[in-house]
Design a protein around this ligand. Structure first.
Ligand SMILES: NC(=O)c1ccc[n+]([C@@H]2O[C@H](COP(=O)([O-])OP(=O)(O)OC[C@H]3O[C@@H](n4cnc5c(N)ncnc54)[C@H](OP(=O)(O)O)[C@@H]3O)[C@@H](O)[C@H]2O)c1
Length: 289
């Protein structure tokens, strides 16, 4: 009898992984993960490996022997990428090449989590036909990572999911969105949320469902947009979320990204049109709060 499918998530201990591990476990997978530091995540079969090291990755693959790989490990903070551009290239581009090359060698389907920030935000409701022109070091590195894949003519079982801002429940060590606005520190010191940046936030579990849909239907060799059903700014999203959850928002104020000099991710509207993913699979994102 065939055993459970093994999914290997690089960066399994981050904001996405923390919710993805229980989701894929509930959907019948053995969930394996790689990151540099282990974290306490139930049901995760983890090894410590640096995705920048082909040797460590190859050893980890030999141990995990995955049926599907989701490459989520990244330097995911646009601000950190701006300050450390060479390192951002190593972690986001060279590591993608490493992980993909091990997938090529082991004939393993590969899904890359990319970002709406491959666009510069001047248009909004971007489709896969729109030309990506990132204006941040993070977006540039993620677009370069996407471009690693079609160059590998040896293996065509790859997909890119360009995800919008993800929302959901994060761990204490990586609270994510909107949790970062409700940490003790944010409540003590106040939090400013922008009204002038529009995204199509997507629940983390809907990203997991998109990965499942694409891999089960074997929709490979394609870039898909993976955003939620509504274009909204961060401030309005958090107000609606808090109202649904019964959370106090008196410490949260509305602000403009251009009024924060240290904020370098100045994109007005990187909302995504995810029609292609919906029409190609039976995937549907949930309504926002
Ligand atoms: N969160 C969002 O709103 C969002 C939106 C669009 C796209 N994405 C993409 O989705 C993916 C997951 O995002 P996230 O929010 O979960 O990121 P995150 O919370 O920053 O987690 C990053 C993960 O990658 C691991 N990692 C970083 N460098 C590594 C290295 N050199 N070797 C091995 N593991 C490494 C981290 O663990 P260690 O530090 O212990 O190694 C951690 O597990 C990323 O590719 C990101 O670009 C995220």
């Amino acid at each position: 009898m065939q055993g459970k499918q093994r999914i290997l998530i690089t960066g399994a201990t981050g904001f996405f992984g923390y919710s993805a591990v229980p989701w894929f476990t509930q959907h019948g997978f053995d969930v394996h993960g790689i990151s540099r530091q282990p974290k306490d995540i139930p049901n995760l079969i983890h090894t410590s490996a640096n995705v920048c090291s082909l040797e460590e990755l190859s050893e980890a693959f030999a141990f995990h022997r995955p049926d599907i790989v989701v490459h989520a490990a990244a330097m995911s903070s646009p601000g950190v990428c701006d300050r450390h551009r060479v390192r951002a290239h190593e972690v986001n581009v060279l590591a993608t090449s490493n992980v993909f090359s091990v997938c090529v060698a082991t004939r393993t389907p590969f899904v890359l989590l990319s970002t709406d920030l491959v666009f510069d935000g001047t248009k909004g409701m971007y489709t896969e036909q729109d030309v990506a022109f990132p204006n941040t070091a993070y977006g540039q590195s993620k677009l370069a990572a996407e471009r690693v894949l079609p160059n590998q003519e040896l293996w065509d079982e790859w997909s890119v999911l360009r995800c919008s801002l993800m929302w959901g429940e994060g761990p204490g060590w990586s609270p994510g969105f909107p949790g970062f606005a409700f940490t003790e520190e944010a409540i003590d010191q106040g939090a400013t949320l922008f009204t002038d940046q529009f995204r199509t936030p997507i629940h983390v579990h809907d990203v997991c469902a998109a990965i499942l849909a694409v891999t089960q239907l074997r929709k490979y060799g394609t870039v898909f947009h993976c955003g939620g059903p509504e274009r909204i700014n961060r401030f309005d999203f958090v107000q609606r979320y808090a109202s649904q959850q019964g959370l106090d928002t008196s410490h949260i104020q509305a602000g403009n990204m251009r009024d924060v000099p240290e904020y370098t991710t100045v994109v007005e509207d990187v909302s995504l049109d995810s029609t292609l993913l919906q029409e190609t699979t039976d995937w549907q994102p949930r309504q926002l709060p």
